[in-house]
Write a protein that binds this ligand. Structure first.
Ligand code: ZN
Length: 310
């Protein structure tokens, strides 16, 4: 049997971050302002290291470059996905991402960003920003110019277990008190539209109004999410989305259940509980990749996982 690729996350301190990556997930975080755990990443800004096995100590980007057979020979210069856990102690700035075409043209050949969110936890009155209320670009420009942010920004109530697909061109922001697992295209291009007029070190953070107006889709259309539940003997598989870039599902395991690997490689994150993967102990906060040709895998225990593949 092939080696499971367990990864060591990379942590990012953010002015809006908190300490729940330690208190909820047990990670050794750098400070009480830790906003992001880059759990499965081969991005230059946070490249995960392999924890154990044959490739121990190598970077995920190195495996992608030198051992493409582990990923079924999938083409592409960069590892296609990026999985993060985000702890928002304060509101994140309101932002928007370009699509591939725009990013390629205006961001030195970079990829655009489609992302999706699974709400791991939130406050009782949790809220999130997805979309806006301008009917066309003209109205969008006017509302921005006149600072009519309350009117423009669309705020939705959320609860634990909700799932959102954020297409490029979608105005979005995570709000305070929310912990999210994000699955996204491997890109770090973000345009900041509005930062609640906050100051950071006495100054407002840079905004990217012109590029934001360029890429924001008008009117807003919600990203299509097709939730579907499949009951197995000892697990429930909940499908959230299959789009051009990824498929994302939740596995709720109660007992011993065998799953079939049908994709080139499989990314798994334990978000609750603990158990075993083919006899290897796994706990909440573990992230790993089943390489190409791994075959059937057995999950045993009482746990929830988010899984994704291209
Ligand atoms: Zn985003």
């Amino acid at each position: 049997m092939k080696d499971v690729i367990f990864l060591e996350p990379v942590f990012k301190e953010m002015i809006w971050g908190g300490n729940r990556l330690r208190t909820d997930f047990g990670y050794d975080i750098p400070s009480d302002y830790t906003g992001e755990c880059w759990a499965v990443s081969a991005h230059a800004n946070g490249d995960c290291t392999v924890k154990s096995g044959l490739y121990k100590g190598e970077k995920l980007s190195g495996l992608w470059k030198n051992h493409r057979e582990l990923f079924g020979g999938v083409k592409g210069e960069t590892f296609p996905l990026l999985i993060k856990i985000i702890d928002a102690k304060a509101d994140l700035s309101i932002q928007v991402h370009p699509d591939n075409e725009y990013a390629y043209r205006y961001e030195k050949g970079s990829l655009g960003k489609t992302e999706c969110w699974y709400i791991l936890d939130c406050d009782a009155d949790g809220k999130i920003v997805v979309g806006h209320n301008a009917k066309d670009k003209e109205e969008l420009k006017n509302m921005i110019a006149e600072g009519r942010w309350r009117e423009l920004i669309r705020v939705l109530p959320i609860k634990k277990g909700d799932f959102f697909q954020i297409e490029p061109g979608t105005v979005h922001a995570i709000k305070a008190g929310t912990v999210i697992l994000e699955t996204q295209q491997n890109s770090d291009i973000t345009y900041r539209l509005y930062d609640y007029d906050r100051l950071s070190g006495g100054k407002p953070r840079e905004l990217h109004i012109a590029k934001s107006i360029d890429v924001i889709k008008c009117p807003h259309v919600d990203g299509a999410v097709n939730r579907k539940e499949i009951k197995l003997e000892h697990a429930v598989v909940e499908e959230f989305i299959t789009c051009q870039y990824y498929s994302v599902k939740k596995l709720s395991v109660n007992g011993r259940q065998v799953f079939k690997q049908t994709e080139p490689f499989t990314i798994l994150s334990v978000i609750e509980g603990e158990g075993f993967l083919d006899g290897i102990k796994i706990i909440k906060g573990d992230h790993f990749i089943l390489p190409a040709g791994y075959g059937d895998y057995c999950l045993e225990g009482h746990m929830r996982l988010i899984t994704s593949h291209i």
